[in-house]
Ligand binder design. Structure first.
Ligand code: B12
Length: 574
C-alpha cells in the first residue's frame, strides 16, 4: 500500500499524498496546477489513466452559462498525477436553448456520448452533477456501460454525495465520490491504475464484486475535508478550464449580475464583450451544523472553509487577463460570511488595484443577518461596512436566499439567525449601494398559509424589493426536508398522487422527475391544497413583479409533474 511522504521539498508522486489524514497539506509550497503555463510541470505518464469526464445537460431551456467547475477541479488533480483527461460537455455542446422533444434530446445525447466513447476509448469515466440531473446521468451511464462494460464509472457531485449507497445501487456506476473530490479522486485513480482494492478508500462508496454479476455496496466512510486557506484549500489546483469551451460558450452567456434580467427567460447574452466566468471562494456553510431544512449545504463537506483572499484574487486576475472578463460570479453557498475575511478580501482587491491596476465586477451570496450585523458593527467602529467596501472594489450583485419574511416560516425552515428586522436592514442597504438585492423566496414550507405569504408580500412592498424568484419548497436528498417528506408520504404523493411510504422505485421515480423547483410543486409541506399554493405564488409574483414569470405555473394550471417529458429520457432509457 502506498505510504504518505514526509515534508521534503520534493512533491510526492500523487496529489492525495500531499495531504495528511486530517486534511491538512503537508507542504503548501509544492507547485500546483493554476494557469495554463503551469500545465507543463505536469506531463502525462504512459501508465496514466485515460479519463473521460462527461457533463450532462441541465436547464436546457437556457443558454449554458456555468462550466462544471467541479469537473474542472478533479480534472486538474488528475492531470497533476500524470493522467490524461478529455471532457465531453453536453451542456456546452448545445450552445443555446434546446427546443428538442424528449425522444430527440435522448437521441442527441446518445449520439454525442457514443461518438466520444468511440473517439476517446477511456479506461476511466467520470460523471458528476446535481441530483436534478439524475435521469440524464442514468441515461449516460447506461450508454457507457453498453459500450465498455468493464470501464469503471466514477460518480461525483451533489448527486453522488447526497445518497451515495442509493446511487451506486440504482445507477450503473462503480464508485461514488462523496463531497469535495480532488484528494479522493487522486487516490482512487492511483488504486485503479495499480489494480488495487478500493477497501478503506475514504470518501467513496463502491461496488464490490462477490462473484460475476453479483456485488454488494461498500461505504468507506467520509474523508476529512481539506483545511482552510494555506493549510489546505490554497494548495488545491485551480479548475482546469482549458478543457471546457470558455471562450466559445461559457464566457459569452451571462451569469449573476449580468443575467439578472434574462435569467428566467433564456439567459441570452446581453451585449457584445460582456464576458463572465464563475469560481468559488469557499466550501460548505457555517450554518451546516444546523442547516436550513431545505438546503444541501454540505455537498462539499460540512465544515465551512475559505480560500485566502490572495489566492482568490490571483485566480480572478488570471481569468480577467486570459478571457477578457468584465464580471466574475462566485458560486459559493455563502461567500460573504465571515466579516473579517470579507474585509480582508476587499483590502486585497484594493491593494491589487494599486499594485497592478486590476479591477473587475463580481457578485456572490450573502446572508441578511451577517450583512445587518456588520452594518451595525461598522457604525460603532466608524468604518464603511462590508458591502460598502465590497462595492468600492467591484461587487455589483449580492444574492440572498431569503425564502420568506414570515417569522413563522423562518422558524419552520430553521433559517437560524435571520430575523425580519435584519432582513430589512440588509436589503435596504444592499439596494442603496447596488441598486438591487437579488433575493429568492420559496412557498409551500411547513405552516405556510395565506397570512404567511401576505407577510412576505407586505415585507417586499415595505422595503421596495422586486424578488428574483419564488420557488416551491422542494425536498432534496440529504436535507432535513427529505426526511420530513418521506415521513409525511410526500415523495410517494409526488409520484403516485397519493401520500404513502416510498420504496427505492418510488424514490427513483421522484428523482427522475426533478427539475426546476419553480416549475412545479413536488412536495407541498403546508396544509394548503397544491392549487392554492400555486395561486398564492402566482399572486405574489404578480404583486411584486418577480422575474420568474415564464417558467412558473399560472393560476388554474393543472399541477401535473411532467412524466414522459422529463429530460428526454424514454422509459427504455431509465
Ligand atoms: C452552479 C449551480 C447550478 C447550475 C448548474 C451548473 C452546472 N454546471 O451544472 C444551475 C444554475 C444550472 C443550477 C440549477 C439548479 N440548482 Co444549483 N447550484 C449550483 C451551485 C451554485 C454551485 C455548484 C458548484 O459548481 N459548486 C462548486 C463545485 C466545486 O462543486 P461540485 O460541482 O460539487 O464539485 C466538487 C465535488 O462535488 C466533486 N465532484 C463534482 N463532480 C465530480 C465528478 C467526478 C468524476 C468526481 C470524482 C468528483 C466530482 O469534486 C468537485 C471538487 O471538489 C450550487 C451551490 C450553491 N451555492 O448554491 C447549487 C446547487 C448545486 N443547486 C441546487 C439546486 C437545488 C438547483 C435547482 C434545483 C434550483 C432551481 N432553480 O430549481 C436548479 C436545477 C435546475 C435543473 N433544471 O435541474 C442545490 C442542489 C441540491 C442537491 N441536493 O443536490 C445546490 C447544492 C444549492 C443548495 N445549497 O441547495 N445550479
Amino acid at each position: 500500500m502506498m505510504q504518505a511522504r514526509s515534508t521534503t521539498d520534493q512533491a510526492p508522486e500523487r496529489f492525495y499524498q500531499r495531504f495528511g489524514p486530517d486534511g491538512r497539506v503537508l507542504n503548501p509550497t509544492w507547485p500546483r496546477l493554476t494557469t495554463e503555463a503551469s500545465l507543463q510541470a505536469f506531463p502525462s505518464r504512459p501508465s496514466g489513466r485515460r479519463l473521460l469526464l462527461i457533463n450532462a445537460p441541465i436547464r436546457e431551456w437556457s443558454y449554458p452559462n456555468i462550466m462544471p467547475i467541479g469537473h474542472g477541479y478533479v480534472a486538474a488533480a488528475a492531470i497533476m498525477d500524470g493522467h490524461t483527461v478529455r471532457a465531453l460537455d453536453l451542456n456546452a455542446a448545445r450552445r443555446g436553448p434546446m427546443q428538442l422533444d424528449a425522444e430527440a434530446l435522448a437521441a442527441w445525447v446518445e449520439r454525442h456520448v457514443l461518438d466520444a466513447l468511440e473517439e476517446d476509448k477511456p479506461d476511466v469515466i467520470g460523471l458528476g452533477g446535481i441530483v436534478t440531473q439524475y435521469a440524464r446521468i442514468k441515461q449516460v451511464a447506461r450508454l457507457c456501460k453498453s459500450v465498455y462494460p468493464d470501464v469503471p464509472i466514477v460518480l461525483g457531485g451533489g448527486i453522488a454525495s447526497s445518497i451515495p449507497e442509493f446511487m451506486v445501487q440504482r445507477l450503473p456506476v462503480d464508485v461514488a465520490v462523496q463531497e469535495e473530490g480532488e484528494v479522493t479522486f487522486s487516490e482512487l485513480l492511483h488504486r485503479l491504475e495499480e489494480g488495487a482494492s478500493l477497501e478503506g478508500l475514504r470518501g467513496t462508496v463502491s461496488r464490490r464484486t462477490i462473484r460475476p454479476g453479483e456485488w454488494d455496496i461498500r461505504n468507506h466512510g467520509l474523508r476529512p475535508s481539506v483545511k482552510s486557506r494555506t493549510l489546505g484549500l490554497d494548495a488545491l489546483p485551480w479548475p482546469l478550464r482549458t478543457l471546457w469551451p470558455i471562450d466559445g460558450v461559457y464566457k459569452r452567456n451571462p451569469v449573476g449580475h449580468l443575467n439578472w434580467k434574462t435569467k428566467w427567460i433564456d439567459g441570452a447574452p446581453t451585449g457584445p464583450d460582456q464576458y463572465s466566468e464563475s469560481m468559488i471562494a469557499s466550501r460548505g456553510c457555517p450554518y451546516a451544523a444546523r442547516a436550513c431544512d431545505y438546503c444541501y449545504a454540505a455537498y462539499l463537506g460540512k465544515q465551512y472553509r475559505l480560500r485566502s483572499p490572495q489566492d482568490i484574487v490571483d485566480e480572478m486576475e488570471f481569468l480577467k487577463r486570459r478571457y477578457g472578463l468584465c464580471y466574475i460570479h462566485f458560486l459559493d453557498d455563502l461567500m460573504m460570511t465571515d466579516f473579517r475575511w470579507a474585509l480582508e478580501f476587499c483590502a486585497e482587491l484594493r491593494q491589487r488595484r494599486q499594485r497592478t491596476g486590476f479591477a473587475i465586477m463580481w457578485g456572490g451570496t450573502c446572508r441578511t443577518n451577517i450583512v445587518a450585523d456588520d452594518v451595525i458593527r461598522a457604525r460603532q467602529e466608524g468604518r464603511p461596512h462590508m458591502l460598502e467596501q465590497a462595492f468600492e472594489v467591484g461587487m455589483r450583485q449580492a444574492g440572498y436566499g431569503v425564502e420568506s419574511a414570515s417569522p413563522t416560516i423562518l422558524k419552520a425552515i430553521d433559517k437560524s439567525g435571520q430575523t425580519v428586522e435584519k432582513m430589512e436592514l440588509a436589503i435596504r442597504e444592499t439596494r442603496r449601494i447596488m441598486g438591487y438585492a437579488d433575493c429568492s423566496f420559496m412557498i409551500g414550507s411547513p405552516s405556510e398559509s395565506r397570512e404567511t405569504v401576505q407577510e412576505t408580500v407586505d415585507f417586499c412592498r415595505r422595503v421596495g424589493l422586486k424578488p428574483e424568484v419564488f420557488f416551491f419548497t422542494t425536498a432534496y436528498p440529504a436535507t432535513t426536508f427529505w426526511a420530513l417528506a418521506l415521513e409525511k408520504g410526500l415523495i410517494a404523493k409526488a409520484v403516485t398522487g397519493k401520500p404513502g411510504p416510498a420504496d427505492e422505485d418510488i424514490i427513483e421515480e421522484y428523482l427522475i422527475r426533478l427539475g426546476e423547483q419553480g416549475e412545479a410543486i413536488r412536495t407541498n409541506f403546508s396544509d394548503l391544497p397544491d392549487e392554492e399554493v400555486v395561486d398564492l405564488s402566482w399572486w405574489a409574483i404578480q404583486e411584486l413583479g418577480a422575474q420568474n414569470t415564464v417558467r412558473h405555473p399560472h393560476t388554474g394550471d393543472e399541477q401535473v409533474l411532467r412524466k414522459s417529458a422529463v429530460r428526454g429520457a424514454t422509459r427504455a432509457d431509465l
